[in-house]
Design a protein around this ligand. Structure first.
Ligand SMILES: *Cc1c(COP(=O)(O)O)cnc(C)c1O
Length: 368
């Protein structure tokens, strides 16, 4: 048996829409699927606006630009997340300010945000990692008290909820990715969502080279080409029609793994806090100190038995490209989680047979 860590599911509807886009010649960034995908996505997340982009990274950059974040500004973000989060901040010329994470959810620790605020703080980038929402209530209180924006990175949490609210809809702006391993994919692609009309208009303008509204090919500011193609939107629209099914599969996957692995004492399983709709983008496990093998030795053993896994992100503070204002800070929790964590095969195509094989294989490793 060979089990990939992730495999996309391309639905029949996606195939049909993509074929239609190809056959009608609407393959670039004009065409009906763009608008349909944006409208359906806005409805799914529950925001007034949804604006397609070329990737999750460009969505983050566009969101920051719409908020007028630039040189001299600071943006707070968690120390354990994908490099793209810090890239997007650095593109604007702003300074990333890293905050350590919570031990149980791996998300930014709201209790540590206040100590990192300064006169220059313009936004908090709240990343919802691996399918579990960040703790948004205290983050919203801090943002409100200090008059700063919240940009949610919801790239890993399509359909995830926090106290009944959709991730991506709780901040000033929400950003999604549709990369091939995300819960909804367009191959490559992204989306910016917001309830704010002015921010939406600005994001729409900036993503299309900031053409003057009255005078095309006249540009009063620097814009970007972050336009998604109709082909990608066709793929995404088809996927979105099956999102309920996808989310049911994710819930099943989370329950099954938790049930089947809970008695392995050398593994710590992911926690879902009360009030959270966890969508298990990836099922994260931590190797604890009862294990005689290291995380990497265990991953190698699994690979020998045909099971592909991934280690989780490196802390941003360790990254060679890190350029933060407070390099001397230490981040004990992110360092620990990054060292011990990895994820099991978690794709939408994972079958019961495959999941059972992963669980049985983990049980069969003599590790105490
Ligand atoms: C995937 C991901 C991104 C980047 O999205 P791309 O579409 O690959 O550019 C950003 N943030 C998080 C948390 C992600 O998981």
């Amino acid at each position: 048996m060979k089990i990939p860590v992730n495999e996309p599911v391309i639905t029949e509807a996606s195939k049909k829409y993509v074929q239609e886009a190809v056959e009608t010649g609407w393959i670039s960034s004009a065409g009906k699927f763009i608008q349909q995908f944006e409208e359906s996505f806005a409805e799914f997340i529950g925001t007034r606006h949804a604006i397609t982009t070329t990737s999750g990274t460009s969505a983050l950059h566009l969101g920051l630009c719409a908020l007028n974040i630039g040189p001299g500004d600071e943006v707070i973000l968690p120390n354990l997340t994908m490099g793209a989060c810090m890239d997007a901040i650095l593109y604007t010329g702003a300074t990333p300010v890293l905050v350590d994470i919570e031990r149980d959810t791996f998300n930014i620790d709201p209790k540590q945000i206040e100590a990192h605020l300064s006169e220059k703080t313009k936004a908090i980038m709240a990343v919802h990692l691996f399918g579990h929402s960040a703790d948004m209530d205290p983050i919203r209180v801090i943002a409100q008290e200090h008059g700063i924006a919240i940009l949610e990175d919801a790239a890993e949490v399509h359909g995830g909820t926090y106290k009944g609210r959709m991730c991506g809809s709780m901040g000033t702006i929400g950003c999604f990715s549709f990369y091939g391993n995300k819960i909804i994919t367009t191959g490559e692609g992204g989306m910016v969502v917001t309830d704010n009309d002015a921010l939406a208009a600005r994001a729409r303008s900036l993503k299309d080279l900031a053409h003057d509204a009255a005078k095309r090919f006249w540009h009063k500011e620097i814009g970007f080409n972050y336009r998604m193609t109709n082909l990608q939107a066709a793929l995404g629209l088809g996927q979105l029609e099956s999102v309920k099914e996808f989310l049911r599969h994710k819930e099943w996957l989370g329950q099954q793994y938790t049930e089947k692995l809970k008695d392995i004492e050398w593994l710590d399983l992911p926690v879902t806090r009360e009030g959270i709709g966890n969508v298990y983008w990836m099922y994260i496990v931590l190797v604890n100190d009862k294990s005689k093998f290291t995380r990497d030795e265990l991953r190698a053993k699994l690979l020998e038995r045909g099971i592909d896994t991934r280690d989780i992100f490196y802390p941003l503070s360790d990254q060679p490209f890190a350029n933060t204002s407070r390099k001397d800070d230490s981040y004990p929790v992110s360092a620990d989680i990054a060292k011990r964590g990895f994820y099991l095969p978690s794709g939408l195509a994972l079958t019961q047979e495959q999941l059972d094989y992963v669980a049985d294989t983990l049980h069969s490793i003599e590790n105490t």
